[in-house]
Design a protein. Sequence first.
Length: 698
Amino acid sequence: MAETKPTAAPATPSPATPAPATPSPATTATATPADGRVRAIIDAVLPAVDAGRFPIKRLAGDCVRIEAHCFADGHDALRVALRWQADSGEEVHEVEMAALGNDVWVAEFTPPLPGRYRYTVMAWVDAFETWRVQLAHREAPDDICIALAIGAALIEAAAGRADGADAATLGEWAAQLRRTAAEAPAAGTAAAQLKAAALDPSRTGLAARYADRGHAATCIRELVADRARAGFGSWYEMFPRSAAAEPGRHGSFRDVEARLPYVAQMGFDVLYFPPIHPIGRNNRKGANNALHASAADVGSPWAIGAAEGGHKDILAQLGTFEDFRRLLEQAAHLGLEIALDIAFQVAPDHPYVLAHPQWFKHRPDGSVQFAENPPKKYQDIYPFDFESDDWRSLWQELRSIVDFWIAQGVRIFRVDNPHTKTFAFWEWLIGGVKRAYPEVIFLAEAFTRPKVMHRLAKLGFSQSYTYFTWRNTKAELTEYFTELAHGPGSEYLRPNVWPNTPDILHETLQSGARAAFAARLVLAGTLAANFGLYGPAYELMESAPREPGGEEYRDSEKYQLRHWPIDRPDSLQSLIARVNRIRRENPALQSDRSLRFLAIDNPQLIAYLKIDPPSGNVVVVAVNLDPRNVQSGWLELDLNAAEFDLAQPYQAHDLLSGQRYRWEGRRNYVSLDPSHMPAHVLTLRRLVRSERDFDYFS
């Protein structure tokens, strides 16, 4: 299947609320069956998301294991096949599903490219296989001869479904069986000889290939395969306007370009910008979210739009489209992708407000209703009304914004507050975009109720923000990340964890303790395959809240320019670079599914491991959750999944400090001093006896 890429943005389909998938006859009870001769039952196809209403998610190149629960009445033989194809292609692949016992069948397939795939489990009562199995148990020659005549008819029917040489081979075999059945009684042919002619493996396999599937039950499911960056990546968020080399000057794309080596040196893959569009002047917020702005205040980038343009324009102080495209190219040379913020909301002076007043809610006095989340008020932002009578035009225009930035070269979008827009819209928009551009990645910024977050992930978002920021104790982290790695949501929700964002400075970081920042960095970078930092606030350990008990930064970049002394000696940039290098060099840290928490007898210590079976890479992480005191305890390893021999001594190599420890058995002692380093990230290496009779670790 060749990957196809459109040369131009395709016409946007007319928006409509997507209809739910039509259930198959095999899985729906009806008063009158569509075909009562369908005897096979497909009781379940796993994995599944809401019984197949939504697709499961994988990465292109991942092997996908499908399990089907299939059976039929009586004792006839059942066959089950798995068929799969890309939505964009016509080639259909098929693999026979293997019976595991207890009516469970399994098969695997590998989607080679990003895109949407359909896979179908097909089950049928197979007359030929039933005949073959029963014939093997017959002993009386007369009984066998009757069976041969029956088999000849089945094989002749298979020949009719075949063509070319296969049809000829099957036709000759059917004729041979008929002759044998007619002549055997007189010739006194032995039973074993009669069965041998009918059970020839080469020809039975050929007949099985052309089985009669006229009464097959089917169950169709979908899968979305994303490119590798959706499954593993390190994100760095920065405000371009604060990238100037000297204080007081508004930064530009050229300033960001000069800072690209700094971001790349820390090992990040994705550089994410808040909105880069013109910022509204009406009701502009001042420093620290002040209701009234001065003439010098730059406003919030999320208050999008002014007289000079809106979502398809660039703030003039940042530069031109030529500057932006140059920035994309320079970033790519350093292995960085640029991610843009998609915020579907407007400032009061956005051109949409005058051109399309029907897209907004109005108060009794005729003014447009600004955004609110009581007690918070956002006087500088107008939300769209997704219940507008003109919703179709609104949907089309919002889709055109995404298409516009894709045309500029952007392939990753962080979406602001998607939970405040209708769910049907996201399913339509993301589905349409990813059918045209399968490589596009959408990150949902939705710190909201769990069911809402999960619904957005089901609707198509490639990644999701999480509650990591508010999970800080050993019990909280263990419960939450076990759910993310192994719960039902693991089939569709890919976590992207952030210790901080421009909106969130959690109290664990407000002490300013270096150990707290280091510990949260290690947790984020090793618990999840995708993580991100809002910098330079993080590496410079920005810790002052706007007011006691709050989570907003004092002098937040959301409302004012900041100058960051990124070369400050106490910066965490070298530790961040080390963590990102460890992530890249250890395949075990590049997925979430192998995460297992380990017993350790101190509530202030948390320990877990990740394993990559193909490479044999085993990583054990221990973190001190107390930023002030030395904590120690006995860690108990569980390495059954890695087939690691704990009976022999082995080496635990700490990739953070470079230290090596000789460990033995399942229980080993750990002590972590937060004044030096609050964590171990250990790789385990086996002891090997060399031919010269000395030991080394491998």
